[in-house]
Design a protein around this ligand. Structure first.
Ligand code: ADP
Length: 457
């Protein structure tokens, strides 16, 4: 096992990783920007090093500073968390070149899966179903138009390097294609420094179903079931649950097998996620692989009892998986709400500021992953996710009731958050029935915001 791990991240995920390290009795080195000197992850770590200014480019994305800090502190591994450098193949390579274990897959695997067009092609070669679309990147709008004609409208123009819903455009009519093709391309160029795009058929009103996988360095690959992440705004997840109401045992087994095949095709090692869209007709298609721990990993931990971050660290240390596929049983039901410091009534505008009084819910089956504390400051420089509320109960109905109760207990003073919207969703008949797809939030947003949650009392 490692002696000392540097955590190249901040916020709730840094705290989550620190907790796993403490339980494994591994020492920790936190890094922070000048804006984060008082942050919780800095206080939790064995030691902490300032790696640069508030702007992430100079600190949490500063590869040289991170490697220097890790070497100076005598670390033997780096955990990247999610976001920042977690899916940066050059950073994974740089860690290894400096004798530091990167807790994640190899640079080569990240590179391969990070290009979504290339990942699609690889999956196709290995019999994993992909959304009908182009064979690899599309060079210009004219080629795109010809392809779209074959595939049938509506189509999606997607950035190969895309992430976080950016560099993606829906095209409904041929006459709109040239402008939207260019828009996707320039957004991809601006956000990712890579304008390569490809085309996929738009699956109408699908569910977003993803499978958690674990792969060790001894040839073992398992999946830990699905997460239904269909409650999204602008292609970004807001609430996730497992198991999904859309899957029966047969479909789960087929999708799980496809996810394991996908991980094997990639030569994958560590924790990863295979994302699929599931059509209303029950057909599933690979859309991308995420080569890191994900925000929504706790719901999988709740129902399987597997500590995914601990497994990540163990795998990177060369240890074999502790569970075989037949040991993985989904027990009960778990739901997560992402609590972002954003105003849902104002286009989800981020609302940084100082947190006043804070109270987190508790009791059986309630988990809060957060780096907030009373009086802390939410910096405008970073992601607006400030807490994750996760509930676990024997049945979906009990989990839903528990979530409502937990959201009623939660108090975050000082900024608007997405918690109120999550609470309203908990009372929407379609959500209650589990009848929703990725269009749910957009379709019901006005109706949800018009509700007065107190009026039902
Ligand atoms: P990103 O990497 O930017 O998150 P993804 O490829 O994971 O992009 O897609 C984000 C979301 O967009 C998915 O969760 C899904 O809701 C929607 N989406 C992606 N591809 C398709 C598709 N072919 N048809 C319908 N919806 C899609």
């Amino acid at each position: 096992m490692f002696k000392r791990i540097l955590i190249a991240n901040r916020g709730e995920i840094a705290v989550r990783i620190l907790r796993a390290c403490r339980e494994l009795e591994v020492e920790t080195v936190a890094v922070y920007s000048t804006a984060d000197a008082g942050a919780l992850h800095v206080q939790f770590a064995t030691q902490a090093v300032c790696v640069g200014p508030a702007r992430a480019a100079g600190s949490y994305l500063n590869q040289e500073a991170l490697i220097t800090a890790a070497l100076a502190a005598g670390c033997d591994a780096i955990h990247p968390g999610y976001g920042f450098l977690s899916e940066n193949p050059a950073f994974a390579d740089l860690c290894e070149a400096n004798g530091l274990k990167f807790i994640g897959p190899s640079g080569a695997v990240i590179r391969q899966m990070g290009n979504k067009a290339a990942a699609r092609a690889l999956m196709q070669r290995h019999g994993v179903p992909v959304v009908p679309g182009s064979d690899g990147p599309v060079p210009d709008a004219k080629t795109a138009a010809a392809l779209a004609e074959q595939i049938g409208y509506p189509v999606l123009v997607k950035a190969s390097a895309g992430g976080g819903g950016r560099g993606m455009r829906r095209v409904d009519r041929p006459e709109d294609l040239p402008a939207l093709f260019d828009a996707a391309r320039s957004e991809a160029e601006a956000c990712f420094g890579d304008g390569e795009v490809y085309i996929e058929k738009l699956i109408l009103n699908p569910r977003h179903i993803e499978f958690q996988i674990l792969a060790d360095g001894h040839g073992n690959v398992i999946h830990l079931g699905e997460r239904d992440c269909s409650i999204q705004r602008r292609n970004q997840k807001l609430m996730e649950e497992t198991p999904s109401k859309a899957l029966d045992a047969d479909l789960r087994a087929r999708m799980g097998a496809a996810a394991v095949a996908a991980a094997r095709a990639a030569g994958y090692r560590n924790a990863g996620t295979i994302e699929f869209v599931l059509s209303a007709e029950g057909e599933f298609y690979f859309i991308e692989m995420n080569t890191r721990i994900q925000v929504e990993h706790p719901i999988t931990e709740c129902v399987t009892g597997v500590d995914l971050v601990r497994e990540q660290i163990r795998i990177a240390a060369g240890l074999p998986l502790q569970a075989a596929q037949e040991d993985i049983v989904q027990s009960g039901h778990a739901i997560e709400c992402r609590i972002n410091a954003e105003d849902p009534r104002n286009g989800f505008q981020p609302c940084p500021g100082k947190i006043g009084f804070l109270h987190f819910p508790g009791g059986p089956g309630v988990r809060v992953d957060s780096a907030l504390f009373s009086g802390c400051t939410l910096s405008p420089y970073y992601d607006s996710l400030c807490a994750k509320l996760i509930v676990h109960a024997p049945t979906r109905l009990e989990a839903l009731r528990k979530l409502r109760r937990a959201l009623e207990e939660l108090v975050i003073e000082g900024c608007p958050t997405t918690a109120d919207l999550c609470y309203l969703i908990c009372y929407h008949p379609d959500f209650m029935m589990g009848r929703y797809d990725t269009s749910f939030l957009e379709r019901h947003m006005e109706e949800l915001l018009a509700w007065d949650p107190d009026a039902r009392k």
